[in-house]
Write a protein of this length. Structure first.
Length: 198
């Protein structure tokens, strides 16, 4: 059984223009990239797909300057952070110019397994779950993007503080402070719902 190539080994081949190595790297990381972009942008859709593709396009273009000095995923997530922050800033500027259509709210599903899960719950449980899910999603969307990203990197991706520091370009105290503020903000935003559901 052949040994699976590391990300760094694939990047060496990509630097030499090997498309097969790039395909393997994309397949290995596409779920993580797409999921993080969708979480940061608040929905799955054309914008999410475009930014996720741009992340991998940047990986291909930057292969020549890649140096395996740390974990590949930290480098990858740093690219993702830069592109997502640029895209959300652009989208926010566009929203300031164009009035949003109140009849067309964001309806992208965040949890793709929702339908399957609903089949295992009673109608009252489904209602409670949907209300909680919606409350959490709204609270997350209301967070500043840097807080949203550090929570995702820490709790969904399971990254270490040192890795998050490199991705965010921050010191350890700054990252911990950002995570603390994000958690406190979520707790505050969800306190009404959580106290009612006890």
């Amino acid at each position: 059984m052949p040994v699976e190539e590391s990300d760094d080994e694939l990047m060496v081949r990509i630097r030499e223009g090997e498309e097969e190595a790039f395909r393997v790297l994309v397949e290995r990381h596409q779920d993580r990239v797409y999921g993080t972009v969708a979480r940061m942008m608040g929905r799955a859709g054309a914008d999410t797909e475009e930014v996720a593709q741009d992340v991998f396009l940047r990986v291909w273009k930057s292969a020549g300057s890649y140096r395996p000095e740390g974990k590949f995923t930290v480098w990858l997530m740093t690219i993702l952070r830069n592109l997502v922050f640029t895209q959300t800033a652009r989208r926010n500027r566009r929203r300031e110019v164009e009035a949003e259509d109140p009849c067309n709210p964001e309806t992208g599903e965040t949890f793709t397994e929702r339908q399957a899960d609903e089949n295992h719950r009673s109608p009252p449980e489904n209602l409670i779950f949907r209300e909680l899910e919606q409350s959490v999603e709204e609270a997350l969307r209301a967070l500043p993007e840097s807080q949203r990203l550090v929570l995702h990197l820490r709790h969904t991706e399971g990254l270490e503080f040192e890795e998050i520091m490199k991705i965010m370009g921050m010191s350890l105290p700054a990252v911990k402070s950002l995570i603390f503020r994000a958690r406190e903000s979520l707790r505050e935003k969800l306190s009404g719902y959580l106290s009612e559901s006890k």
